[in-house]
Design a protein around this ligand. Structure first.
Ligand SMILES: *Cc1c(COP(=O)(O)O)cnc(C)c1O
Length: 391
């Protein structure tokens, strides 16, 4: 079966009524026949039938064993870190999602969990950083916003050889483009806020485990800490997943065309997109991703922040907003928005220069999106460069 058919086929028809849509079980508790005798549901923090459909679906999408739905991507990440104990160490990719960095350093360090950050695009750096205390390897691939790629197979092998848990934040790729468990990951997390739900209308997270032992541990943490996803949001995520494979394909097709167009613009220095043969990890991306995703970043030859700011302020179809993965195209200026709290020097070291612009390419027609960027570049040039006489 092809992926889209399979995906729709995974979503069960309601056994009780035949409802083709998954019912929303908006309830806190379930009536029991006798004490402890029930239909598998007792209290909705522990288990909810709507959430369960999503959780089973997530496990199947990632070729995992168990899925768990959380109230946000960060709550999902938090649940994975709670597998560790004081004194344990994490090795994490250096341009990790800012919220994960904040959670690791400002919440978990004080509980005795330390993190070593490495450039994971070279797997040897991961191997070299391992100590007796290393319990978890944390990778994002592609990363945000410069779309660095790590070799998941190689890191999976390193993790196995050293008996260290390997977790991949697969938010940017989506399970349609990349399935880390196939490459040796033990755990996959998602901000389902992005591609998985796909309509920029909710906040949600997922954890998928490769085996039942880890599944039982995450299940315990999910219930013990309680950051579950509610039934209505679970239902919205399921509805989003119904079109996930179609959306990812179109996001990637649009992004490829836009990335190629951006490369032809004189004003632009670097275009970061894993689907471009000029991308430094294009080969690895190709070997582990079915699609290259819908996020593109680019910077300007002059590295002029005012000009970059004028570009993102003058697009009409690309709305100026944080986040990504929705049907509507978004653009942002990371140095002023998503990456403002990171010191300038550290930002520059990871390619997040002042003029770097990030695009989340949506599902509008690629030609219209290209026209939109072209006109924004012209208007910005007129407003900034000509006004300041700097060309
Ligand atoms: C957005 C994001 C998160 C956090 O998810 P929320 O749903 O906002 O809590 C984690 N990782 C990555 C890569 C993200 O893009």
């Amino acid at each position: 079966m092809k992926e889209q058919t399979q995906l729709l086929n995974y979503i069960p028809v309601d056994e009780l009524t035949g409802s083709i849509a998954v019912p929303i079980y908006q309830t806190s508790t379930f009536v029991q026949e006798a004490p402890g005798v029930h239909k598998g549901f007792d209290y909705a923090r522990s288990n909810n039938p709507t959430r369960k459909v999503l959780e089973d679906l997530a496990a199947k999408l990632e070729n995992g064993k168990n899925g768990f739905a959380f109230s946000s991507g960060l709550a999902a990440i938090d649940a994975v870190v709670k597998l560790l104990s004081a004194g344990d160490e994490i090795i994490a990719v250096d341009d990790i999602y800012g919220g994960a960095f904040r959670l690791f350093t400002q919440v978990y360090e004080k509980f005795g969990i330390s993190v070593t950050y490495v450039d994971a695009t070279d797997s040897q750096n991961v191997a070299d950083a391992i100590s007796a205390k290393t319990k978890l390897i944390w990778i994002e691939s592609p990363t945000n916003p410069t779309l660095k790629i790590s070799d998941l197979r190689a890191i999976g092998t390193i993790a196995k050889a050293n008996e260290i848990l390997f977790c991949v934040d697969n938010t940017f790729a989506s399970p349609i483009a990349q399935k880390p468990i196939d490459f040796g990951a033990d755990i996959v997390v998602h901000s389902a806020t992005k591609y998985i739900s796909g309509h920029s209308d909710l906040i949600a997270g997922l954890v998928i485990t490769a085996n039942d032992d880890l599944g039982a541990k995450i299940k315990f943490i999910q219930n013990a800490s309680g950051a579950i996803l509610g039934p209505f949001d679970s239902w919205l995520v399921i509805r989003g997943i119904e079109t996930l494979s179609l959306r990812i394909k179109q996001h990637a097709e649009n992004a490829q065309k836009i990335a190629e167009y951006l490369q032809s613009e004189d004003l632009i220095a670097n275009v970061y997109y894993p689907g471009l043969p000029t991308h430094h990890n294009h080969g690895i991306a190709k070997s582990q991703q079915k699609y290259f995703g819908g996020v593109i970043a680019f910077d300007l030859k002059t590295d002029d922040k005012e000009l970059a700011s004028a570009i993102v302020s003058n697009t009409k179809l690309f709305k100026l907003a944080e986040s990504l993965g929705g049907v509507k195209s978004l653009c942002c200026l990371p140095c002023e928005m998503t990456h403002k709290s990171i010191p300038r020097e550290k930002r520059y070291a990871s390619g997040v220069v002042d003029s770097l612009i990030r695009l989340s390419v949506g599902l509008e027609d690629a030609e219209d999106l290209i026209d939109d960027l072209r006109q924004a570049l012209i208007v910005a040039k007129e407003n900034v460069l000509i006004a300041t006489d700097s060309i």
